[in-house]
Design a protein around this ligand. Structure first.
Ligand code: SAH
Length: 220
């Protein structure tokens, strides 16, 4: 690294994240503490703290730092939270969540990505994260309910199976829409039903699975 990673992470937090309106000090601190360069392939290490997503293999990407921070803030986790992430990818988002929650479960459909993420999380001593392999569009009923659910891949519509796994007051944050172009949505479970907020335009890789897109659908 040309520059100490802490310096790069601090600049990332100030210029890309705080400057765009993420205010929660716990989220900003978590973004400072996770060494993002350890979650990207060697070839991209020097651009790990830059303002864009990066390829991580299998046609997948690690999200832009701002998006990770913004979605984490939208979860608005209580202390001692139990969280579910769908789409582990590199494990970076899970590492950020690990600094804010008591218990993190994350699901990835590609075993090789899940294994690499698990190794990184273990090496960092983040032992409150469990990586699962499978179709995360079903959620994780055996560990439900969750205080927050973050979906890091885009679905054609909100998987009802996930809504059912939220505690009352809990939030589900998910990109919803067509392949290549979606809106971020936040769903909140209330005593009398679900409240939906439609937020920013985003572009995530597709959620492939029973409550997502079919694997071979390349036309949408
Ligand atoms: N959060 C990740 C980035 C995720 S990219 C990070 O911090 O690096 C989206 C990931 O979702 C990809 O790794 C993709 O393989 C995975 N994915 C897509 N559909 C899935 C499904 N149904 N269940 C679990 N993982 C899925």
């Amino acid at each position: 690294m040309a520059q100490d990673w802490h310096t790069q992470a601090e600049r990332m937090v100030q210029e890309q994240i705080a400057a765009r309106g993420v205010r929660d000090p716990r989220v900003l601190e978590a973004m400072r503490r996770v060494p993002r360069h350890l979650f990207v392939p060697e070839a991209y290490r020097s651009s790990a703290y830059e303002d864009h997503p990066l390829p991580i293999g299998h046609g997948q990407t690690i999200s832009q730092p701002f998006i990770v921070a913004y979605m984490t803030e939208l979860l608005d986790l209580p202390p001692d939270a139990k969280v579910l992430e769908i789409g582990t990818g590199s494990g970076y988002q899970a590492a950020v969540l690990a600094h804010l929650a008591r218990e993190v479960h994350t699901i990835e459909r590609f075993p090789a990505l899940a294994e690499a993420a698990q190794r990184r999380l273990e090496a960092l001593g983040l032992d409150n994260v469990t990586v699962h392999v499978g179709d995360g569009s079903h959620g994780l009923p055996e560990h439900a309910p969750f205080d927050g659910i973050l979906v890091a891949a885009a679905a054609p519509e909100v998987p009802v199976a996930l809504l059912a796994q939220l505690v009352e007051g809990g939030h589900l944050v998910i990109p919803v829409g067509a392949r290549g172009m979606q809106r971020l949505e936040r769903w909140t479970r209330r005593a009398d039903g679900f409240h939906r907020e439609v937020l920013d335009a985003v572009a995530f890789v597709p959620l492939i699975g029973a409550h997502g897109w079919p694997e071979d659908d390349t036309h949408a």
